[in-house]
Design a protein around this ligand. Structure first.
Ligand code: ZN
Length: 230
């Protein structure tokens, strides 16, 4: 088993770009995986190759970034009923969760990543799940991720480690982590190229690309303001 290689769940947003940088700082070889799950907006997916190319060019990580893998997972859009896969308003649903909640999304992603990792001899997965800012999403909780790692390790009869460097930090600290890992070059790259907007609007802002109004943009803008003020 190769413990020098990590597989990063890389969507092209701020969080997963920061996770990619974290992995490049901690592993000698890093591969990325992305998912087509029927998301309504493909702005993030379009940003992925641009960000990968730019990160590969940052000197401290030279030669570390390996292959990219894209897998289709259609089951979530087939089930539907969420604002990320259907034309639905972003609001609080009757279950007490926002309509952006895609049931089981991270569990599907992690299972698919672990299966690909199994084929490629990679045991270390890296994901941007975070309890601090998105505590409404039960599949982002640390306990869910730990239980998923255990389940996958048992089910594959091979250890699966899931690293979540953003689990306990807020958005301002995520910006600071990017600065610590990759300096101004990485912060600028995140501002210029990443899209984390629920509406998939790529309008440039001083904190990145987005509509500026949806909950994801609001969180990102607030975090950036707090980071800059610190
Ligand atoms: Zn937005």
């Amino acid at each position: 088993m190769n413990s020098n290689t990590a597989l990063v769940l890389f969507s092209g947003g701020q969080d997963s770009t920061t996770c990619l940088a974290w992995a490049l700082g901690n592993f000698a070889h890093v591969e990325t995986i992305g998912f087509n799950y029927g998301q309504r907006h493909l702005a993030e997916m379009g940003a992925r190759p641009v960000i990968r190319a730019a990160i590969a060019g940052i000197e401290r990580w030279s030669g570390r970034l390996g292959e990219d893998h894209i897998l289709p997972i259609n089951v979530m859009s087939a089930i539907g009923g969420t604002a990320l896969t259907d034309n639905m308003k972003i609001e609080m649903g009757r279950d007490g969760l926002p309509t952006t909640f895609v049931p089981g999304r991270n569990i599907f992603f992690l299972a698919a990543a672990a299966a690909l990792g199994y084929r490629r001899g990679i045991s270390d997965l890296v994901g941007g799940m975070c309890e601090t800012d998105f505590s409404g999403y039960p599949d982002c909780r640390d306990e869910t991720i730990k239980a998923t790692a255990r389940s996958l390790s048992l089910g594959l009869a091979r250890e699966v480690r899931i690293h979540t460097p953003l689990m306990w930090i807020d958005k301002a600290a995520t910006w600071k982590m990017a600065e610590d890992l990759g300096g101004k070059a990485l912060v600028d790259l995140i501002i210029q190229e990443t899209v984390t907007c629920y509406n998939g609007v790529p309008t440039p802002r001083d904190w990145g690309k987005g509509c500026g109004e949806c909950p994801a943009c609001a969180l990102r803008a607030q975090g950036y303001a707090k980071y800059r003020a610190a």
